[in-house]
Design a protein around this ligand. Structure first.
Ligand code: OXD
Ligand code: MN
Length: 596
């Protein structure tokens, strides 16, 4: 039975049922009884495996097909009436042409299957900034993941109300998981997402990248707010005041680790605490009362990369996975029916099933260089499991943002940290973001991929307009605008080793930023922005780092920066008339300062 009388939902649902022709339609109400039955069904059919319920209560294991393990940028489309509105970075097809192409693939695709109707809310229930989606899917795996990642069920329909048409229409079918027919398609002008032939999280949990970034970035542009690929964390001082920072890094640059960092002893002993609001996405609005920028995390869980996660690198993330978590493509530890991944510890299980489902001697397999877990294997963990979850996590208003942070993986160019001169220069810094690929990922070290604001794969409209929107938000915020910084944890020495220890010690850099925001500390004016005096980054307790090392980490090589400017100019040229002049001027000014 339908859980809503909302005609906009029901009419669309009827159309999609007529198209996909499922054997039956099941509304997901979010009740524990219904979820329990779905878990049991998934276990009975072998879609999921139940893990050791004493060690990992409520936890399940799932394997995707080998051809379906990551987001597929080349098969991701933004469809609009006009190509110009999508710009040069996204794949585009005209809306009706794409529908004509995909409709035959959806025709009857759910025959003999159940269609699950998932109402879900992105953001806290009751928040004026939250938005509702409805995802139709033929995958129980999707239902169980959406339960963790969103506020799913009746509450979402209550948030939508009986008459509103402001919901995102998501249609997903795993179909036969055919790589050559895989499409992840967004119609921002129609609040619609169509995903077919994948069952991998980033392509099928439509609330996450598809809605909360691609569709929402466009909604934010139209409605005057921002949807960003950013973590949100709070730093509480010993008096109990909390400052919030949002930070954008490209995928796999440590957002989850920074969001959940554990303060080093110098701060912990002094009474500082770090709180996690979000690890991947921030929706930010200007508060009509105080004029400041506030952020909510639209998600309710973490879809984190498992390999590399351990008690030292990210204790809080590891703890978050200890119950009610879904593991995807990790290694099944048959010694005790738990899970394992590279970097969890140094003891791969002997009796193991590697991520594609083969039984192996894990110790031997790993010793020969085999990967027991897929490098992009994931945990889907409820945020409420996180020991450092902020008590503001469900605050409908969100949290006020003191500082915005950009960053990437740069072996040489970017210093450990610098502050932009002002908002417009900060937008320039974000637009110029880039990250270097590692040998492990591509075979070619140091290939620079420009990834403005870490939104390259996630911006749902023309990125030139997106830059313009950032500038406009700054104008509205005026002197209430958060300060903008850039960080780089990844500088390497002559042997290619990371110089900065990273992880919890990154807090030392965040503390300098907060001091800057409060006007408590001076900085050196360089051509690229304000750089700290080395003495102002507190390295107490760090064995291998001296003030000289910090000086080195903060150095600005003008030649490298001029080379980088050429890359930025190339990027800007792609946007033609849509590129805001103010940013082109920032680039020219920076080049002039570097040459001076
Ligand atoms: C990503 C992710 O790919 O968060 O950015 O999964
Ligand atoms: Mn991400």
């Amino acid at each position: 039975m339908a859980l809503t009388t909302n005609k906009n939902v029901l009419t669309w649902l009827d159309e999609m049922v007529a198209l996909t022709k499922p054997a039956n339609v099941v509304w997901i109400d979010g009740s524990e009884a219904q979820l329990k039955a779905l878990r049991e069904e998934a276990i009975a059919t072998g879609e999921m495996e139940e893990l050791n319920q004493e060690e990992l209560p409520g936890c399940l294991l799932h394997r995707t097909k080998k051809n379906d393990v990551a987001r597929v940028e080349d098969r991701t489309f933004i469809c609009t009436k006009e190509k110009e509105d999508v710009g040069p970075i996204n794949n585009w097809m005209e809306t009706s042409a794409m529908k004509a192409k995909l409709s035959p693939m959806y025709d009857g695709v759910m025959a003999g299957r159940t269609m699950y109707v998932i109402p879900y809310c992105m953001g806290p229930l009751g928040s004026p900034f939250s938005k509702v989606g409805v995802e139709l899917t033929d995958s129980i795996y999707v239902v169980l993941n959406m339960d963790i990642m969103t506020r799913m069920g009746q509450g979402a329909l209550d948030q939508l109300g009986p008459d509103s048409n402001d919901f995102v229409r998501g249609l997903h079918s795993k179909a036969n998981v055919e790589e050559e027919n895989r499409y992840i398609v967004h119609f921002p002008e129609e609040n619609t997402i169509w995903s077919i032939n994948s069952a991998y999280g980033g392509n099928v949990l439509l609330g996450k990248k598809c809605f909360a970034l691609r569709i929402a970035s466009y909604q934010g542009y139209k409605e005057g707010w921002m949807a960003e690929h950013m973590l949100i964390l709070g730093i509480e001082d010993p008096k109990g005041n909390v400052d919030y920072i949002t930070a954008a890094f490209p995928s796999a640059c440590g957002k989850t680790n920074l969001a959940m960092l554990i303060p080093p002893a110098i701060y912990k002993d002094a009474g500082y605490k770090v709180w996690t609001v979000g690890d991947d996405i921030a929706w930010m609005h200007i508060d009509p009362d105080d004029g400041k920028l506030y952020a909510i995390n639209p998600e309710a869980g973490f879809f984190g990369v498992a390999p590399g996660t351990n008690a030292k690198s990210n204790y809080n993330a590891l703890m978050s996975t200890k119950k009610n978590t879904i593991f995807t493509n990790v290694c099944h530890n048959m010694d005790n029916n738990t899970v394992w991944w590279e970097g969890l510890d140094k003891n791969p299980p002997v009796d193991a099933v590697e991520w594609t489902g083969n039984k192996v001697n894990g110790k031997e397999y790993a010793a020969e260089g085999g990967k027991l877990a897929h490098p992009n294997s994931r945990f889907t963990a409820p945020a409420i499991n996180c020991p450092c979850l902020s008590k503001e996590f469900n605050n409908p208003k969100g949290v006020p943002v003191t500082a915005i942070l950009f960053g990437g993986r740069r072996a040489k160019t970017a210093p450990l940290v610098y502050q932009s001169f002002n908002w417009t220069h900060g937008v320039f810094v974000g637009s110029a973001m880039a990250s270097e690929t590692t040998a492990a990922a591509t075979g070619a070290v140091g290939v620079v991929r420009r990834d403005p604001m870490a939104m390259r794969p996630f911006c749902g409209y023309n990125m030139g307009d997106y830059f313009g929107h950032w500038l406009e938000m700054g104008e509205k915020l005026g002197d209430k605008a958060p300060k903008i910084f850039n960080v780089n944890w990844f500088r390497t020495d002559a042997e290619g080793h990371f110089i900065w220890p990273g992880f919890g010690d990154n807090m030392r850099v965040l503390m300098w930023m907060l001091e800057r925001c409060k006007g408590n500390v001076d900085a050196v004016e360089t051509p690229i922005g304000y750089v700290p005096y080395a003495k102002d980054i507190d390295v107490t307790g760090l064995e291998d780092i001296t003030t000289e090392t910090v000086e080195d980490l903060l150095s600005v090589d003008k030649e490298l920066w001029l080379e980088d400017a050429a890359g930025v100019a190339e990027l800007y040229a792609m946007f033609g008339a849509r590129m805001p002049k103010a940013l082109a001027k920032e680039l020219d000014d920076q080049v002039a300062r570097l040459k001076a």
